[in-house]
Ligand binder design. Structure first.
Ligand code: GLC
Length: 528
């Protein structure tokens, strides 16, 4: 625990940062074509500075056919023209830094776009095939896929080419998997890291970080479960040690997208010579339940402590159901497998809980991620079927609603066309979207935006000390942070809760009752 005390300009900034996730395509549209862009982000930098965030994580902004929202990268060294230019990205990185905001880019090492020059050359029959996983099929005529692996988006993980060979894609067919046993693949990615660190980025998010290495025999899933043929293979740690050496040359930091239920295996990625941080998906998917949340927090802190890595706290991102919607449902956890159309939702309830959850996560030791629109309390949107672009929807045979519902272009100005986003948005904004507009919320002391601004401003009151639980009735989470004594109490029980002794209420997610007690689904920050 006894970790160094970071401040905003300190090399350890990432240990306690508030990091705002920008899904560029839906953030702000500077040129009026309906797609968010870098000009839009630059125009909103003052908003992000007011919000008080320390860093921005940009989802992939590179040249891409957008078959998976930019996670199909055709060139890691150029910006997609729909978003802007490399020169503009450099300006954005510098302008943000002047406001004290660092930049994190998103690197997608598991796969490339089928339009990437390597894959095009491979299709033409060149030696570049070795950079991917090409195999002959099974069956008398090679008509069956080489193994039984399934795509994360549904359907087989293999696609057959006209020449008879098959290639592997753990995601969409337009995202062929790279062969990480090939030295050129390693070299290329270390060069890409350098390219972005040279441009002033402070960190890198690693997409699908636990999937890169494959069992070279490519065995059937059913026969090769232990170790898993492509999840969390030991070879990966060597890859990330190489990456860490590059990052250390620049003082850069990593955050890995590591979905692993086994906490001990998860923590291996966070050893001192590997990744600095990884997303906390156990917390993100945890139901709104005091005991479950407490266990998730305790497990998180316990698994990070031995490797000296800070925890991260995430409530949602561009892949999962938006927080106010999730917390307004009967099942308040998140699971890709149970996503369905038409799930009943009580948004008022979900919003109350999301406000409390914001204060909970911002009071915990570690870094906090805020996904764009979370600070506006945006709900998951219903997208008309014919407008859904996410491949998860089509590849599930239309059963999975897909992830577009959390990717709707942001509302900025209530009285402007398209709620001030820019041109006609690439995904439709639902009716009533303007009521969430940032300008309206900025003027409202009770809005979600005001809560986030206040919470981020007051968060330093908690300091950097470890967490200590306080005695509390069942269903109530109460903890203090050592050294400052600042305290957070969250009531998930049915009855109102008495507050522990304090000198002052710093902030609360909703009003206390007439007797000064904390109502259900409400959180409060106290000075001891
Ligand atoms: C990650 C991304 C997701 C993307 C997938 C394939 O899970 O967060 O959006 O579809 O990787 O790159």
């Amino acid at each position: 625990m006894g970790q160094p005390t970071p401040d905003r300009n300190h090399a350890d900034w990432w240990r306690s940062a508030v990091i705002y996730q920008v899904y560029v395509r839906s953030f702000a549209d500077g040129d009026g074509d309906g797609t968010g862009d870098l000009a839009g982000v630059r125009a909103k930098l003052p908003y992000l500075a007011d919000l008080g965030v320390d860093a921005l994580w940009f989802n992939p902004w590179y040249l891409s056919p957008m078959k998976d929202g930019g996670y199909d990268v055709a060139d890691y060294r150029s910006i997609d023209p729909a978003f802007g230019t490399l020169a503009e990205a450099e300006k954005l990185i510098a302008e943000a830094r002047e406001l004290g905001i660092r930049t994190i880019v998103d690197i997608v090492p598991n796969h490339v776009s089928d339009q990437h020059p390597w894959f095009r050359a491979a299709l033409a029959g060149g030696p570049e095939r070795e950079l991917f996983h090409f195999r002959p099929g099974r069956g008398a005529h090679g008509e069956l896929p080489p193994n039984d692996w399934r795509s994360e988006f549904g359907g087989p993980a293999w696609t057959r080419l006209p020449d008879g060979d098959w290639y592997l894609h753990l995601f969409a067919p337009e995202q062929p998997d790279l062969n990480w046993d090939h030295p050129a693949v390693r070299q290329e990615h270390e060069d890409i890291l350098r390219f972005w660190f040279e441009r002033g980025v402070a960190g890198v998010r690693i997409d699908s970080a636990a999937l890169l290495a494959k069992d070279p025999r490519l065995p059937d899933f059913t026969e090769g479960r232990d170790p898993h043929p492509y999840v969390d293979r030991d070879e990966l740690h060597d890859v990330y040690r190489g990456w860490r050496a590059v990052a250390d040359e620049y003082g850069g930091v990593f955050v890995g997208e590591v979905w692993l239920p086994d906490t001990e295996r998860f923590a291996r990625y966070l050893r001192p010579d590997e990744l600095h941080t990884a997303f906390n998906f156990s917390f993100m998917t945890c139901p709104w339940d005091a005991q479950r949340l407490r266990t998730s927090i305790d497990d998180t802190l316990a698994e990070h402590a031995p490797v000296g890595a800070p925890a991260t706290w995430v409530l949602c991102n561009h892949d999962v159901t938006r927080t106010v919607t999730r917390y307004g449902r009967t099942d308040t956890g998140f699971d890709f497998a149970t996503k369905a159309f038409g799930t009943p939702t009580d948004l008022a309830l979900g919003t109350r809980r999301a406000r409390a959850a914001a204060l909970l996560s911002l009071a915990l030791p570690g870094a906090v991620y805020v996904y764009q629109g979370e600070e506006l309390g945006l709900p998951e949107a219903d997208i008309p079927l014919d407008r859904i672009e996410d491949p998860m929807h089509a590849r599930s045979g239309g059963v999975d609603p897909g992830r577009d519902g959390c990717r709707v272009p942001l509302p900025w100005t209530a009285d402007a066309p398209h709620a001030g986003f820019g041109g006609e948005p690439w995904l439709p904004q639902p009716a009533g979207w303007a009521s969430y507009a940032a300008d309206r919320q900025a003027a409202d002391p009770d809005s979600m935006l005001t809560l986030y601004r206040e919470a981020i401003r007051l968060r330093p009151a908690f300091g950097h000390g470890p967490l200590a639980w306080l005695p509390a009735p069942e269903g109530v989470l109460a903890f203090t942070r050592e050294r400052t004594g600042a305290t957070c109490v969250v009531n998930l029980a049915d009855a109102p809760a008495e507050l522990p002794a304090h000198t002052r209420v710093l902030l609360s997610s909703g009003p206390l009752d007439a007797r000064g007690r904390l109502p259900k689904d409400t959180a409060v920050w106290l000075r001891a």
